[in-house]
Design a protein. Sequence first.
Length: 357
Amino acid sequence: MARASRAEAGGSASASTESAATGSSPGLVAVLVYDGLCAFEYGIAVEAFGLPRPEFDFPWYEFALVAVEPGPIRMLGGMTATVSAGLATLAAARTIVVPGWRHHQAPVPPALLDAVRQAAANGARFLTICSGAFVLAEAGLLDGKRATTHWRYRDAFRARFPRVQLEPDVLYVDEGQVITSAGSAAGIDACLHLIRRDYGSKVANQVARRMVVPPHREGGQAQFVEAPLPAHPGRGIGEAMDWARARLTETITVPALAKQAAMSERTFLRRFQQAAGMAPKDWLIRERLYRSQALLESSSLSLAQIAEACGIASLETYRAAFRRVFGLTPARYRERFRRPAAGDVAGKTGLATLVRD
């Protein structure tokens, strides 16, 4: 799946990219609203980009709602919204969010297609949630690119847009200028990923904590098609996870984890797999890698020292695991996301890769 970085929770947040380091604005986020808008997908965009962030001492995103059509907007569920800004506002946007579309078979107004094409030519970034990918695909902005959408629409999407490389079993795909996400809740993952690209994992983690969601989810859409995994691990599994996170530098065995969960090893392995979507060994590797990201961003420790501090046996093992999970080397990640020292205004770029388990 498309993977984004994650750091451990806790501590005050400081931005790690140029916009925050220099006090400049990360630009205008424009969210499209239209008749038939899903309030949940709209709310994800508002929560991620539109809320005041007094916890941060650097500029946050500017935010605007943009009406696709004039007049009152009739949202699903019976609400009506009045939006003053029209499609001309997209010309000033750095980021445009398409929070779904009224129906995946509904036509896209020519004026909207023209506006998004012009915004793309101006260098705007796009983030789609669920069926919002149909809008960008109709505009031709996904031709030759990888993309995803809700698993229910995958066959219709493939048939209608053969020039797009559909990735049906992931939560989101980052193609640089365009991020597409799957069913509604995957929009949270995609928004956090974009924040992570702009500010680094520590800030994204703070935003996730305020939203009360995991900063990073494992797995892809396939796990939700027929057999959804529980949103939260059971009490015993959760306690074992917390116990392990506090001891990542130590050797952690399955028997020790099972003891913390007050379960037999067989029961623990079954329930852990159900809760985490992976075996305990794989989960521990990822937790150690997530811990290392915070050190890569905020410390001057060598890679060997970071590997040791995170309980990883060797530098070679660390490099290979990091690249396998995140699609780039620890050194490259540090180059992109390390918090600048005073006077350092080197720009940072975000992850633009899709990595599979």
